[in-house]
Design a protein around this ligand. Sequence first.
Ligand code: SF4
Length: 393
Amino acid sequence: MLDRQSIYIDYLFERLDFVDDTFKLQYFDELIYSCEKFYRIGAISRQEFNKRYDDLFKKEPYRAEYLKNNYFYDHNDDLYIPDKYNFGIIDYLQLEISIKTKRNVHLKPLTTPFISATDIASYTYCPASFAISKSFILPKTSSAITGTALHEKTFLLKMLTDTRYDEAQFLDKNWADYTDDIDILLNDTNSDHFKIIEASKLIFCGHKKKNNSNKVFKGGKNSTFVGQPDYLFLSDTNEYFVVEEKFIGNNGENAIFYENHINQVASYMYGINDYPISFGFLIYWYYDTFRKDEKAYIRRIAIKKIEKTLILKNRITCIFSSIASLKKNKTIDFDLDSRNAKRCANCVYSLYCGHKTGNYEKISLPYSVGFMRTKNVEFPNDLKNEKDRRTNK
Ligand code: SF4
């Protein structure tokens, strides 16, 4: 990286008030690779784009041109979106500073008394991310938009039909094309699991387009748990089981099953009262997107069976109690050593989070905007141009 760029990045990190520790260095190394996927959060309204363009054009027309070349207009959302392929770490850090300086986040209405399976997953990922997700209405990342759209395709049901070989082509012109035979994706490890699903009866499908998909299951003590699994099946050996599917974008090379997803499945297994659920499956659909058409291509599947164990049950109970305590007392301790650079660099709430900086040992609910802090730091002398230097003398 160029010297001047490094100096500027250091300056931006200082503005965000990062504690100078190993975490900061590791976070930087991770963010270099992950920042691109957050480009969509930098979207601005048409009015704002035009104003910025006009202001720049009056002073420095070449910068106005640069702005125009680095944003594209999204007709569906009536927004100007930064070009993903030019969105680097500097853009990311500048965006974070802008968000934290303006702090014009929209508050969510007061939280319900329920604890959902999604809450369990979010809290497992990080208690701070849980608090942020419960407090603000925030724009979605492009992978979240793609994930939601792919989710509605109910790929699993298509795979299970008798006409699998036709259906499995997934030829949908809006979001997903699938170019290979499904058998290539099913290997020895996962095909046995699919055979169990294939021989089972579908009881419930939690997708918007399907019948009865609005049902939310309740359970736990005083019915405080709520959840809606993607699928609920009855096996040919008369066992009920849940299936949760996730869509993993371009970087998901290895079939690592994340703890937050496992806990989400486990929360259905232990939390739903309507059916005696014996086990669960977690399915990862790996997809690639290509610049040419921006479509998603499913290229690999991984599936994990989740069994009931005492350790798992205790883990879910413990997370459930921690969330209940945070909701009741409105505050909880945050363990600074629990910060993980890779997780923070990939966290969808990182742009709003002050906890990764290493400055806070408490989390509040709602998440206090006081955590979204920036620091006044003098602009580095080495980056001031000759004219500025002369003016400052
Ligand atoms: S950036 Fe890190 S500390 Fe902050 S919410 Fe995300 S995972 Fe938690």
